[in-house]
Design a protein around this ligand. Sequence first.
Ligand SMILES: Nc1ncnc2c1ncn2[C@@H]1O[C@H](COP(=O)(O)OP(=O)(O)OP(=O)(O)O)[C@@H](O)[C@H]1O
Ligand SMILES: [Mg+2]
Length: 303
Amino acid sequence: MPEHRDVGLQRPGGQQDCPAALIEVRDLRRSYRRQRTSLRHRPAPVEALCGVSFDVPAGHRFGIVGESGSGKSTLLRILCALDAPTSGSVRFDGQEIGGRPERELGFLRQQLQVVFQDPMSALDPRMRVRDIIAEPLIARPEEDAATRVPELLADVGLPPDAGDRFPHQFSGGQRQRISIARALAPRPTVLVADEPVSALDVSVRAQILNLLGDLVKQHALTLVFVSHDLSVVRHVCDTVAVLRRGEIVEQGTVEQVHSAPRHDYTRRLIGAVPTLRGALAGVTAAELASGQGRGSRPAAGTP
Ligand SMILES: Nc1ncnc2c1ncn2[C@@H]1O[C@H](COP(=O)(O)OP(=O)(O)OP(=O)(O)O)[C@@H](O)[C@H]1O
Ligand SMILES: [Mg+2]
């Protein structure tokens, strides 16, 4: 498990006791228009984010947890400048990213890389793994892909000949390793991950989480990690914000939020989803707490 540092948390007012954050989010709002189904009624927009504020200092591992539809992916898309907020501000390394044209986002694209939930749809099936991993290096003539790709394959625990094959020739866990190698290729300082293990078989989730955690530490990366499962966030993050219907209802260190949740919603989240340990045994946290389901299924083997 990662060590849990006592970190500066939400400080939208800009308190002076913390260093400037690498990522500063202030009063972020995003509404989507709903499709009109009647000529007479204009449906109310979906308020996906309703005033979200937080800071992520450099080198910290920040988790965002919430149920389906709470706005997690919307928030990440805006952090990565893949979508624009309706209002509010996102500053990366002191620079506002909202509303900037793509040609002015080079500084962000260089420093921030993303790992998505479904590695199969994130990887081009017609490309060999070597080319998939090397693609982000095209814009970096100083990097030698011929030496960098084998290094990256080794970093994510894949054999050197994996580069010759295509994505469909790998398991889900191995494909996520390829996605991680590709994300690390341009030597980012920030890794953003949107539910990177939820599409994977439970038996490989812990391995991919451990790999991510190790790589984040090894490369001293800042991590922004989204999951619907606090036990997963707890495995790789030191702080967490709990998102409910587009609002942060509480945030703190993962240990604080997990062991002493202040909000009912957080308590329900903790009780409703299987813990990582429980998931491996096929039981929920509530069942574990009540003693039901203990030993009901052995932990799955490694792939
Ligand atoms: N392009 C869109 N157009 C309209 N509504 C959208 C769009 N994208 C998201 N929404 C709505 O915004 C809300 C938040 O969606 P979002 O995908 O951010 O949630 P999420 O927390 O990532 O959910 P999940 O855990 O299922 O991935 C939902 O009500 C969703 O239906
Ligand atoms: Mg999502």
